[in-house]
Each structure stands twice: as structure tokens, then as C-alpha cells.
Ligand binder design. Structure first.
Ligand SMILES: [Zn+2]
Ligand SMILES: [Zn+2]
Length: 235
């Protein structure tokens, strides 16, 4: 869509309380986000995910988490990476349809919970070059929605990605691990938080959130919670 048309639409949307229509059934959603209650119930919700890594399983902690040591304390997500949520994320990240950030951020704030309060919310950093290509960092959009709704402080400046990594889908597991180390991220020396909530869109192998957690822990953070829109098996 024309860039200027988008800007005008955005400004109009901000000034006028236009009725919100559901992105799936196109009927009025009856609330502030573009998704009606009926369609919300049909999304690919994760059913009883692992308390530790967030992957779907039967109950408690998954077999893998009994054996593996994860750098973060807990990862939670709402959905499996399946239709129509994969479509929502594609439209949002690659076609710039930012209202999906509001929709998904609202559902995360409503449905996910923290066992104890956090010092701040941190969006998973995107490399500046990637951000320039895309025009925005999707995790900042998501994190600001969540921070607003939860009344928690958002820190979007203290953590940065300093090394660019190739698109993950183009790499095998071993290569991905090699690229993703804590040194990929830089944490500002003034960063004081001890308990951080990290926001990511999709967690697959967990290597990116794992590397970022390691960087936070090197900087003195003690507890890291992860919230993601989707948690999905790499295969
Ligand atoms: Zn609907
Ligand atoms: Zn697990």
C-alpha cells in the first residue's frame, strides 16, 4: 500500500474512534482489537505447555527440560506457529501491518502471567541494519503494548544487537549455535535490573532468547522470563 495512505490512515485511526473489524471474519470485533471473541477462541492456542520452556506437552515440565539446563527461568507463549497466527505475524513483520502488534500484545498481556513482578520489560534487540530494512523492530511494538497494559517500565535502549546474524531459517542447528552467542548482544553498563521480562515474537530452537539471556546474566541480571507470541518445535 502507498506509504502516505498508510500514514493518513494511521493518523485518522488515532483521532477517530473507528469501529474495529475482526481480521478473520470481517465483522465488528466489539472491542479495541481487530479480533472478535469467536475467532479468538479458534486460534491455535498452546494447550498445557511446559512450565519451563513453553513447548506443548502433557503436564508440568517436558522430558527435554528434565535433562537440559536452560539459561532463562521460564518461557511462555500463546500459540503454536500455525494458521492464522503465522499469517498475522507475516503481515505484521513483512508487510508492516502494525495493528497486529496491538492485537497480539493485548492477548499476551491478558493471558500470560508473571510469578513475581519484574524490574523492566526488554524487547529482544534487532540488529540496526535489519531494523532499517524493516522500518521497525517488531518486538519493540509488542513490548510497548504489553508495558502499557501491564503498567510496567519498558527499557528499549539499554540492550542492543551488535553483530548481525543471517536469517535463522537459512542455517542448520550447529551453525545457528555458532552464530548465536552472548557476545552478539551488548548491554549498557548502567543497566541495573535484576528481573527482566524479554519479549520476542517467535521462539523456535530457543537459541536467540538463550544467547540474549546469557548476555543479560553476564550483565548482572538474576532472573529472566520470556514471553513470546509463538512457541514452536524446530521441526
Ligand atoms: Zn471474527
Ligand atoms: Zn520444556
Amino acid at each position: 500500500m502507498n506509504k502516505w495512505l498508510k500514514i493518513v490512515q494511521h493518523l485518522l485511526g488515532a483521532c477517530l474512534p473507528l469501529p474495529c473489524h475482526c481480521v478473520l471474519c470481517l465483522r465488528p470485533s466489539g472491542r479495541k482489537i481487530a479480533l472478535c471473541r469467536e475467532c479468538e477462541a479458534c486460534l491455535p492456542w498452546l494447550i498445557s505447555p511446559c512450565n519451563r520452556c513453553g513447548l506443548m506437552m502433557r503436564e508440568g515440565i517436558c522430558v527435554k527440560c528434565l535433562r537440559q539446563k536452560l539459561p532463562f527461568e521460564r518461557c511462555q507463549a500463546l500459540f503454536d506457529y500455525a494458521w492464522p497466527v503465522d499469517e498475522f505475524i507475516g503481515q505484521w513483520k513483512y508487510a508492516g501491518e502494525l495493528y497486529f502488534a496491538k492485537l497480539l500484545g493485548t492477548l499476551m498481556a491478558e493471558r500470560l502471567s508473571l510469578r513475581e513482578t519484574v524490574d523492566c520489560i526488554v524487547p529482544l534487540p534487532l540488529h540496526p541494519l535489519r531494523q532499517r530494512e524493516r522500518g521497525f523492530n517488531q518486538t519493540i511494538e509488542l513490548a510497548s503494548q504489553i508495558a502499557d497494559l501491564k503498567g510496567l517500565p519498558l527499557d528499549r535502549w539499554s540492550c542492543t544487537k551488535i553483530k548481525s546474524t543471517p536469517a535463522q531459517s537459512s542455517l542448520g542447528k550447529a551453525a545457528r549455535m555458532q552464530y548465536l552467542q552472548a557476545s552478539v548482544f551488548a548491554i549498557d553498563k548502567s543497566f541495573q535490573a535484576k528481573h527482566v521480562l524479554v519479549i520476542e515474537d517467535v521462539v523456535t530452537t530457543g537459541s536467540t532468547v538463550g544467547a540474549f539471556t546469557m548476555a543479560l546474566k553476564h550483565a548482572g541480571v538474576e532472573t529472566v522470563d520470556i514471553w513470546a507470541v509463538c512457541r514452536t518445535h524446530p521441526d
